[in-house]
Write a protein that binds this ligand. Structure first.
Ligand SMILES: Cc1cc2nc3c(=O)[nH]c(=O)nc-3n(C[C@H](O)[C@H](O)[C@H](O)COP(=O)(O)O)c2cc1C
Length: 185
């Protein structure tokens, strides 16, 4: 199973729309995927006591990461970086097994012209530090508000195809690295 992470908790975020698109592509390809939306994080995880003791309601998040064969992370750009809630989420996960040798793939998006290049490169730095296996083919979606229609679909089929190719390449990468078979029968 691939854990597909919406890297913000902003209501109605474009990140969540792109995650829904990716989830649909995984389903079309009959590949197992589970969405983790940071908007669904339990309030208790933000208590300072969480560094020592995690609320039970956080378990579905932390266990999904541990059970996954790979992580597909979608991040918006906030102030030239990735959202603070995503760093906090990373800090709440079990160390080191959450990321150690775990394949990870990135999509960046932004209102501006750089398509989330900055947050993705900063995340690569962190995941590299944590010994994750970084899939090299990244996808960036600049001026994302203009690229999505009212139903949250990408207006340009070429960009949709780029996301589909990223998924196919990432799943191949995961299968080779981990020796697992992800395709559903
Ligand atoms: C707190 C905050 C900071 C932002 N900073 C930037 C930025 O530095 N560069 C940029 O291109 N867009 C920035 N944006 C716009 C987001 O990239 C834009 O909202 C886009 O839709 C992706 O974020 P979303 O998933 O929250 O919708 C910012 C948005 C918020 C909410």
């Amino acid at each position: 199973m691939i854990a597909l992470i919406a890297g913000t908790n902003r209501p109605e975020s474009n990140t969540r729309k792109v995650v829904a698109l990716l989830e649909g592509i995984y389903a079309d390809l009959k590949l197992p995927v589970r969405v983790l939306d940071l908007a669904d994080l339990p309030a208790e995880i933000f208590f300072p006591t969480s560094y020592a003791t995690k609320a039970g309601a956080f378990l579905p998040f932390s266990e999904t990461i541990l059970q996954s064969s790979g992580l597909h992370l979608v991040t918006p750009e906030y102030n030239g970086s990735f959202p603070g809630v995503l760093k906090y989420f990373i800090d709440m996960l079990k160390f080191p097994e959450s990321f150690q040798h775990r394949p990870v793939c990135f999509v960046g998006l932004s209102a501006g012209a750089w398509g989330g290049l900055r947050p993705v490169e900063q995340l690569q730095h962190i995941f590299g530090y944590r010994n994750a296996c970084i899939f090299p083919d990244r996808v960036f979606l600049p001026e994302v508000g203009d690229q999505l229609d009212d139903r949250g679909q990408l207006k340009d089929p070429e960009i949709h195809e780029r996301l589909r190719k990223q998924i196919i390449g990432f799943v191949d990468f995961v299968q080779r690295l981990k020796g697992v078979q992800l395709r559903l029968a």
